[in-house]
Design a protein around this ligand. Structure first.
Ligand code: NAD
Length: 298
């Protein structure tokens, strides 16, 4: 397939490379000249602008930071027309950015007016999953459009879920990340309490992992340095999923909760704890560094 790929960041770059490796023909673009240079060196064909990626594209994939970027790209900003006006009717758009469900629906509606199918397909799995091609896609949109997208998504991910209509992929994503953000704080508190009582954090983590407190943080992502060799905590909280990205997702969850009048007290508290952690200068560290709010690692 001929694919236009827009947004070659930490996630988008490796996802685009996986599509190219699978035999798709890509034309890619990023606003950052550095990102373009980096992925040109890896063999991607770089276009002069987002609009220039479109020529003969059957599918457009975007992987951008936040709602404003996606809205600006497709619907335009500052009086400039958006890409949607230039995308040929019949084209399929897959937006994998994590953004507000309302923005995804707005882009999908603009697409429908032009005869362009749009699905929201945010991902879980981090940069490791993007590189390995093992991401989980949470898709919002028509079932038939997901089936059209499947051969493309399968080359970037291992799990593909249809969450519901337009925007539902984004809603599933913020529910998952709100739970993850809360779990990481709870896990940190439990470890800190045990250590304050003289327990060995490795022994305590293993007891809780195999007991009713067991969860993903204890399985794969222990927040205390030295407990789990492979977790970002043991690499000075480098790589992984940044505190500021978690903060963004928890903010989206709170905006959404306000809009639908849902009660998410722990989600709200978690957002504020990550916000304070970010203000304290830890925004660029992996989100599991939030354990520093409740204990001082040795
Ligand atoms: P990133 O900041 O590394 O990359 C985003 C890229 O988009 C940048 O290179 C930027 O220059 C480019 N960009 C912005 N506006 C553009 C435009 N109009 N046209 C072309 N390029 C544009 O971010 P990332 O880590 O790759 O994350 C991308 C999305 O994936 C975010 O929504 C994020 O929340 C989500 N996500 C990230 C992770 C992760 O672990 N990094 C995990 C799951 C989901």
């Amino acid at each position: 397939m001929k694919i236009a790929f827009i947004g070659l960041g930490n996630m988008g770059g490796p996802m685009a490379l996986n599509l190219q490796k699978a035999g798709h023909v890509l034309s890619a673009f990023d606003l950052s000249a550095e990102a373009c240079r980096k992925f040109a060196a890896e063999g991607l064909a770089i276009a002069a602008s987002a609009a220039d990626t479109l020529e003969t594209a059957e599918v457009v994939v975007s992987m951008l930071p936040a709602s404003a970027h996606v809205e600006g790209l497709y619907l335009g900003s500052d009086g400039q027309p958006g890409l949607m006006e230039r995308i040929a009717p019949g084209t399929l758009v897959i937006d994998s950015s994590t953004i507000a469900a309302a923005t995804s629906r707005k882009v999908a509606e603009a697409g429908a007016r032009r005869g362009v199918a749009v699905i929201d397909a945010p991902v879980s799995g981090g940069t490791g999953g993007a590189i390995a091609g093992t991401l989980t896609f949470m898709v919002g949109g028509a079932e038939a459009d997901l089936e059209r997208a499947r051969p493309v998504l399968e080359k970037m991910g291992a799990n593909i879920f249809h969450a519901g209509a337009a925007g539902a992929g984004q809603t599933a994503k913020i529910c998952n990340n709100m739970l993850l953000g809360i779990l990481m704080i709870g896990t940190s508190e439990a470890i800190a309490l045990g250590v304050a009582n003289g327990l060995d954090p490795k022994v305590l983590s293993e007891i809780m992992r195999r007991s009713s407190g067991g969860n993903w943080a204890l399985e794969k992502y222990n927040p205390l340095p030295g407990v789990m060799e492979t977790s970002p905590a043991s690499k000075n909280y480098a790589g992984g999923f940044g505190t500021d990205l978690m903060l963004k997702d928890l903010g989206l969850a709170q905006e959404n909760a306000a809009a639908v009048r849902a009660a998410t007290p722990l989600g709200g508290l978690a957002r504020n704890l990550y916000a304070a952690h970010s203000l304290a200068g830890h925004g660029g560290l992996d989100f599991s560094s939030v354990i520093r709010m409740v204990m001082k690692p040795a």
